[in-house]
Design a binder for this molecule. Structure first.
Ligand code: NAD
Length: 360
């Protein structure tokens, strides 16, 4: 039976970068006889405009039925003033939680060709290869109660809740250890156990899980220190496992080590490796419609999709090699451009990856 992929381009630069990723996926499908079928739907602001909600029930059902999902990005100023429950980002949080996509894998790899694009010195980042494993369906982004209100004295106040259960921590820790096992066998768990009760439980459960992985060296770090260490000496890390909010922030920070957030793919997996794949960046409204966005994070998300959901490592490797070849050719979108390189737009970058893949 053919493998069904649901494509959700989203908003802003989403449709632009997705068009390039789809070109690459279709060529990989033909070249390696992958037996993949694509279907398309809307998520986020585009879904709100079409269906009146950021994630329609029918779209959620199609996502459930699909073998994997490829997502662009959602959000934008056009929808910033609508009712909070209908905002584009709510659709994204809902699809993640409804599909149980609790494990977010965010690799931060520095392509040697982009050492100049990093804001850090080349010797600090050369050879960087970190995997951030972020818990995606729990913690403060989902915790109840949450409320904004006006107190009796007229002052406005708001609060959120940061809950984690033992089982939520255990399953994400296991993903982190499993990943560390097939890499350099080093896992750093990031928390704020000096202050937060949820982090104290997090640390205790990670210690328990560690007993099942005696071959993996585990360490613990407070999130404030981790933020500093990531820019001081990022190569000390192999796999980092952390909660939803800390992972959100640290993975954006890590992205800049690699030159641009436009280079970073991600995978969000459920307990059976069904996944949704998307670039780490957002919908970049500031550059949407200009044809200048970097499509490589989305193209590399296709590679992660083939690898993690379908175990198609030959095609996944080939896409990564094609991206590397295009960088060797000196082609750069604006976000990764440096002196002496050839500046290209979104479609030209996608076409170059297609040509490089075809010639492999
Ligand atoms: P952003 O990631 O969209 O943009 C941050 C900066 O990076 C901008 O200057 C942008 O131009 C640049 N950038 C991002 N992707 C790029 C690419 N592929 N090529 C070149 N430059 C790129 O973050 P933001 O500005 O904080 O958020 C914009 C919107 O995206 C908001 O509505 C936000 O809620 C949403 N958002 C969505 C997701 C998602 O869909 N997963 C993630 C983060 C933010």
């Amino acid at each position: 039976m053919s493998k069904q992929i649901l494509v959700l381009p989203g908003d802003g630069i989403g449709p632009e970068i997705m068009a390039e990723a789809v070109k690459v996926l279709q060529l990989a499908n033909d070249k390696y006889s992958l037996d993949i079928e694509l279907s398309f739907d809307e998520l986020g602001g585009a879904a709100y405009d079409k269906y009146g909600v950021p994630l329609a029930d029918a779209t959620l059902e199609r996502a459930r039925a699909a073998d994997a999902i490829l997502l662009g990005a959602v959000g934008g100023p056009k929808w910033d003033t609508i009712e909070p429950a209908l905002r584009p980002e709510r659709g994204l949080l809902k699809i993640r939680s409804q599909l149980g996509l609790f494990a977010n894998l965010r690799p931060a790899i520095l392509y040697p060709q982009l050492a100049d694009a990093s804001s850090l010195k080349p010797e600090v980042v050369a050879g960087l290869d970190i995997l951030i494993v972020r818990e995606l369906t729990g913690g403060i982004y989902f915790g109840q109660p949450r409320e904004s209100k006006v107190l009796e004295n007229g002052e406005r106040m708001a609060y959120d809740t940061l809950p984690y259960s033992e089982s939520e921590i255990r399953r994400i820790a296991q993903v982190g250890f499993d990943m560390a096992r097939v890499r350099n066998k080093k896992l750093c768990s990031v928390d704020k156990a000096n202050v937060l009760a949820s982090s104290q439980l997090w640390r205790a459960v990670v210690e328990e899980v560690a007993k099942d992985y005696p071959d993996v060296a585990v360490s613990h770090m407070y999130v404030d220190n981790a933020a500093m260490q990531l820019v001081r000496a990022p190569k000390q890390f192999d796999v980092m496992v952390t909660d939803n909010m800390f992972g959100d922030i640290l993975s954006d920070e890590a992205s800049m080590l690699t030159g641009s957030i436009g280079m970073l793919p991600s995978a969000s997996l459920d307990a059976n490796n069904k996944g949704m794949y998307e670039p780490c960046h957002g919908s970049a409204p500031d550059i949407a419609g200009q044809g200048i966005a970097n499509p490589l994070a989305t193209i590399l998300s296709v590679s992660m999709l083939l690898r993690y959901s379908f175990n198609l490592s030959q095609a996944a490797d080939a896409i990564e090699t094609a991206v590397s070849k295009v960088l060797d050719q000196g082609l750069r979108t604006g976000d990764i451009h440096s002196a002496g390189m050839t500046r290209v737009g979104t479609a030209a970058m996608g076409d170059a990856v297609v040509e490089a893949l075809r010639s492999l």
